[in-house]
Ligand binder design. Sequence first.
Ligand SMILES: Cc1cc2nc3c(=O)[nH]c(=O)nc-3n(C[C@H](O)[C@H](O)[C@H](O)COP(=O)(O)OP(=O)(O)OC[C@H]3O[C@@H](n4cnc5c(N)ncnc54)[C@H](O)[C@@H]3O)c2cc1C
Length: 317
Amino acid sequence: MPGILVVAEAAEGAVTPASFELIGAARKLSGEGAGPVAAFIAGSEAQAKELIAVGADSAYTSDAATQADILLPAVQAAVAQSGADIVLIAQSSLGRDLGPMLAFANNTGVAMDSTELKIEAGRLRATRSAYGGNARAEHTWKSPLQVVTVKAKSFDAPEADASRSGAVTAIAEKGESKITVLGTEKAVSTGIRIEDAAVVVSGGRGLGDESAFKALEELAGTLKVAAVGASRAACDLGWYPPSQQVGLTGKTVSPNLYIAIAISGASQHMAGMAGSKNIVSINKDADSNMVRVSKFAIIDDYKKVLPALIEEIKKLG
Ligand SMILES: Cc1cc2nc3c(=O)[nH]c(=O)nc-3n(C[C@H](O)[C@H](O)[C@H](O)COP(=O)(O)OP(=O)(O)OC[C@H]3O[C@@H](n4cnc5c(N)ncnc54)[C@H](O)[C@@H]3O)c2cc1C
């Protein structure tokens, strides 16, 4: 019977949030008739059980190093043992290498950075953005194995249910690496991670200069659960760190509230925040795309609006 294999990852001893999101995607596909969900992790049995608790029906573990060429034979073995015809991998640094390698090894194709997945007539259809966010490409496969890498925050992670159970099988296969990793460097970030924040306050080129981001940080601090983001234009100008860029070539966020300040709403920016539950904008231009997609918009100079907004929020305690 066909099915789905999720290639999960662990970082610093914990299963990554993107892995749980992949299980959410797999459960959705399973509900549409894609078969059972198996998970693979280069990690411990306890981590495999965490994946089962959120929705995998079974799991495979490997003690191979998390490097694509070393992991490939183990993932191949998990595909063979599970009988999966769909493989979901995160669009992570590992996934960017592993997805194409797995597809090549199986004479099939890979849809990279997909944001939507559905089953149609028993086969997978994956959607991703194309042409710098100006078009959407839909992919189907002619060959039996369908390999996808999935953009973070495209699917919700299911709630864990500790009563769920399933078989965990250790896989011994591992490959040899042709690459020597000289070192890794952790991106420095302070405060709430933008991907995890309930509220994101983002600033764009219309802020006019770097110092305006101090006011955005003050607003975020006042809201307590907020992180500060920026458009690519603002990051390219050096006003805010690239690690905080939202959009097609930046982070994908889906907060409860996205406050866009002096951002026009270019398609490439929208690609990173269109999943926000509520969008509020401050913009001088009532016809800007960001204002059009906003639930509430304040049409004025942010320099007038922002101090008043911060004062009012402070009064609420
Ligand atoms: C391949 C590719 C990838 C890209 N990836 C990304 C990406 O990941 N993220 C991203 O953001 N962009 C990305 N871009 C760039 C994108 O196309 C836009 O150029 C960019 O998003 C514009 O940023 P902005 O909205 O800050 O600036 P602008 O488009 O210049 O908009 C500024 C806005 O501020 C408003 N404004 C001006 N002054 C004030 C004021 N005093 N008070 C209130 N409002 C004011 C204006 O009305 C305007 O709406 C990408 C482009 C390409 C080609």
